[in-house]
Design a protein around this ligand. Structure first.
Ligand code: TMP
Length: 220
């Protein structure tokens, strides 16, 4: 099973990805937890280029293709082999981020993004995707509590984040079978409970003891 978590910067999805991976591990499953862009050495190097605030001259096409290059590599090296081996793959962002950030909110045409996404993922489409929906101002406050200066993407500002959030809602409307929208303004454990309820409906139940163990081990 391939599970992806999406949302604007500061929506809390990385904490939820860690919780989900921990709960599934407690339940005895083989789990691979990854982040995008990144997850393997080549993709982490591409991530550094993408997020470096010094790279303000980066064109829209360069940005789109670098995200896709990072994705193609992590799919090839880890995601495809892990899925073939029967592991659960939990990915903190995947191709919906490119649709929302570079396509709907950014400067790339949707059809170019769709084609580039298809090339990068080579048919490894998530079984279920959670979009953590939150107001951009709340998310920005969370981010500034957490880390220092904004990276190149965060520096695009609040109006851009609002367009990205709307982009994710559009994707959720377009693909209701795969994509579930979750209210991420709730406390961490309530968001986690919503995600687990959706997963159970999708055929991957996690029992309450494993969920509690995950909350304790991640310290959320
Ligand atoms: P992260 O902070 O969630 O790890 O993501 C890094 C940044 O990259 C974040 O601002 C979102 C952005 N991003 C895109 O613009 N397009 C993509 O395809 C991905 C995966 C991330």
């Amino acid at each position: 099973m391939f599970i992806t978590l999406e949302g604007i910067d500061g929506c809390g999805k990385s904490t939820q990805a860690r919780l989900l991976a921990a709960a599934l591990e407690h339940a005895g499953r083989e789990v691979v937890l990854l982040r995008e862009p990144g997850g393997v050495a080549i993709s982490e190097q591409i991530r550094d280029i993408l997020l470096d605030p010094a790279n303000e001259a980066m064109s829209d096409a360069c940005e789109l293709l670098l995200y896709e290059a990072a994705r193609a590599q992590v799919v090839h090296e880890v995601i495809a082999p892990a899925l073939d081996a029967g592991s659960v793959v939990v990915c903190d962002r995947f191709f919906d981020s490119t649709t929302a950030y570079q396509g709907i909110a950014g400067g790339s045409a949707r059809e170019d993004v769709d084609r580039a996404n298809a090339l990068a993922v080579s048919e490894r489409v998530p079984d279920i995707t959670f979009v953590f929906d939150i107001d951009p101002e709340t998310a920005a406050a969370r981010r500034s509590d957490r880390d220092g200066s904004p990276d190149r993407m965060e520096a695009k500002g609040l109006a851009f984040q609002e367009q990205v959030a709307e982009g994710f809602r559009t994707i959720a409307r377009e693909e209701p079978q795969r994509v579930r929208l979750i209210d991420a303004s709730q406390p961490v454990d309530a968001v986690f409970a919503c995600m687990l309820a959706e997963l159970a409906r999708a055929g991957l139940p996690v029992d309450a003891a494993d969920a509690r163990a995950a909350l304790l081990s991640v310290g959320a």
